[in-house]
Write a protein that binds this ligand. Structure first.
Ligand code: THU
Length: 125
């Protein structure tokens, strides 16, 4: 049930994405161990490089609210085909939980992955 809510929230926040340059909206909903959900969308910038992805935007929301134990994230980008989190977002998510569940939302199906499957060699020191 929580997973369904997480996916609905990712789709809901996707509509809030600020994407005048790529026209590629992404929504992310991050679930904490305590059951809270934090949402984020991509926010683009005219300088392009300052763009923040939806996943990292959700992490920023959660951290600012004092939460850092994450169990899952749902990501809704292109709904026609799977839109996996980029390497930068995977690395940022791995900072908090290297084995969190990642749901990729498409029109037809939900793909479930573990973070280590998408980023098997996480940078660490
Ligand atoms: N984007 C995300 O929001 N998350 C990702 O994991 C990859 C890409 C955004 C950044 C940019 O606004 C748009 O998708 C196209 O690259």
């Amino acid at each position: 049930m929580t997973d369904e809510i997480l996916i609905k929230k990712a789709l809901w926040v996707r509509d809030r994405a600020y994407v005048p340059y790529s026209n590629y909206p992404v929504g992310a909903a991050l679930l904490t161990e305590s059951g809270h959900i934090f949402c984020g969308c991509n926010v683009e910038n005219v300088s392009y490089g300052l763009t923040i992805c939806a996943e990292r935007s959700a992490v920023v929301q959660a951290i600012a609210a004092g939460q850092k134990e994450f169990s899952a994230i749902a990501v809704a980008g292109d709904l026609q085909k799977p839109s996996f989190p980029c390497g930068a977002c995977l690395q940022v998510l791995a900072e908090f939980n290297k084995t969190m569940t990642i749901y990729i939302v498409t029109d037809k199906k939900i793909i479930e992955k573990n973070l280590v499957e998408l980023l098997p060699h996480i940078f660490s020191f």
